[in-house]
Design a protein around this ligand. Structure first.
Ligand code: ADP
Length: 439
């Protein structure tokens, strides 16, 4: 009887063992079949997202996990992990800090990391560590129990497959970036040619108007010398002011226009002359010129001017830039009813560039206006108050110095204009640059 019982127990144990092995093998086989299908798929870059998704789904299913995510490092320009695929419940439910720590640990050590947080078990397995497109696979179980040998084995296998997919992600990332850059370039070229057209038109109109306006001014001048009647003298003065205003607008158009302009005194490049310039001094003198006007409006100005190197620039053009930005900030603060109206100018520099920030705490720029502010002739100011050329000129001057300008603004939280200027300027590459370089 005892012998029979012993035989029964050992047979049962053997059968259970064989069953376990069979289940394990079948699970592995089913799993590897799905994985093989992924790997056999053609190396289509567009397929990456779908393949990664299938991998995460089968990993969740086979390991009995509540969720599985594949995180990858997008590239040299971006740091940190990006979630490339997700199945089941996301690991972030445990807390983003926890996820980041586990991913970093797996990435840095190249080893699997496991941890238990608030009733969930998390395991991070490195994927193609040390390479662009590499990352980690993060799997969560809704239990305090550590995953068994089978689950761990499947997880390692999934990470190996993900490592084979990762280079596709790197390629996809590089292609996507190249595509984005091309699109941005395309938009810029279209804008550039539009602006060049407007610039040529502006230069032509300015030139055509300058001569007759000059004649009107001369006539008004000679009439005012002969006229005795005070009322006529006052009218002539009004005419002179109006013509002067027109000439000032034309002067703005000339700054905006791209090429050399023919004036009464012949062809001139003078507005393009560049010399070694201290932009901090230019800012200080612009602020000084406007100080009285600003304090009359109750606006305080603070200057935080860091040490910046001398910059090859056209001082007149930069005076226009700072003046336009300060006038805009003043107008915004005047209109907005800000309790403590302030303008701040900040300059900084590193070895490669100079950064200039002009910010105000005015009403800010609404999103529907923000995308148009640099367009020539765009203004929200009343007739007679705005020409819509200020920021177009600013951007043009910044471009002529091979820099970039950005505006950041939230309605109700002021506006900040940020100018970045490269210290190494390539004069040959800008069409308007040759005469400047010569000067
Ligand atoms: P203008 O000053 O003649 O209107 P600009 O090109 O200088 O022309 O400015 C275009 C528009 O941008 C302004 O009409 C205004 O709506 C908006 N803007 C510019 N600077 C600011 C600022 N600091 N705060 C709020 N709005 C601004």
């Amino acid at each position: 009887m005892a012998l029979y019982l012993l035989w029964l127990v050992t047979t049962a144990l053997a059968l259970a063992g064989a069953w376990g092995v069979l289940v394990y093998l079948r699970r592995r086989e089913a799993y590897f079949q799905s994985v093989q299908a992924i790997l056999r798929a053609p190396l289509e870059i567009d397929e990456f997202a779908g393949q990664a998704q299938t991998l995460c789904e089968s990993c969740t299913q086979e390991t009995g996990a509540s969720g599985c995510s594949l995180y990858l490092q997008p590239g040299e320009q971006e740091s940190g992990f990006r979630r490339a695929a997700q199945a089941g419940r996301p690991a972030e439910e445990t807390g983003p800090g926890v996820v980041r720590d586990l991913l970093n640990q797996a990435w840095d050590t190249g080893q699997s990391v496991e941890s238990n947080y608030g009733g969930r078990w998390l395991a991070a397995v490195p994927v193609w560590p040390g390479h662009l497109g590499g990352g980690a696979l993060l799997v969560t179980w809704d239990s305090n129990r550590a995953p068994g040998k089978v689950e761990r084995g499947l997880l390692e296998a999934t990470a190996t497959v993900a490592s084979l997919l990762a280079p596709r992600f790197a390629r996809e990332g590089a292609l996507a970036r190249a595509h984005e850059e091309l699109q941005a370039l395309h938009v810029e070229i279209a804008e550039e040619s539009h602006l060049a057209g407007v610039g040529r038109l502006a230069a032509g109109v300015a030139h055509e108007l300058n001569t007759p306006l000059g004649a009107v001014l001369t006539m008004v001048g000679s009439l005012s010398r002969t006229v005795q009647d005070p009322s006529s003298a006052r009218r002539l003065q009004i005419m002179r002011d109006a013509v002067e205003k027109c000439k000032a607008i034309i002067e703005k158009l000339l700054v905006y226009s791209r090429g050399p302009i023919e004036t009464e005194r012949g062809l001139t490049f003078s507005r393009f002359v560049r010399a070694s310039t201290d932009l901090n001094r230019t800012i200080e003198s612009c602020v000084e010129l406007m100080r009285e006007n600003l304090s009359e409006a109750g606006i305080s100005v603070s200057l935080d001017l860091g040490e910046i190197p001398e910059f090859r620039a056209n001082t007149t053009q930069w005076s226009h830039v700072f003046n336009n930005l300060l006038v805009n900030a003043r107008d915004a603060l005047r209109s907005g009813g800000t309790a403590d109206p302030r303008i701040q100018v900040r300059t900084r520099s590193d070895r490669e560039r100079i950064q200039i920030e002009i910010s105000d705490n005015g009403p800010g720029i609404p999103p529907e206006v923000l995308s148009h502010v640099f367009e020539p002739f765009f203004t929200t100011k009343d007739i007679g108050h705005g020409t819509g050329l200020g920021l177009a000129i600013v951007r043009e001057v910044v471009r002529k110095h091979q820099g970039a300008i950005q505006v950041k603004s939230e309605p109700g939280a002021g506006a900040t204009f940020v100018i970045q200027l490269p210290l190494q300027q390539d004069f040959e590459s800008t069409p308007a640059a040759r005469p400047e370089a010569r000067a």
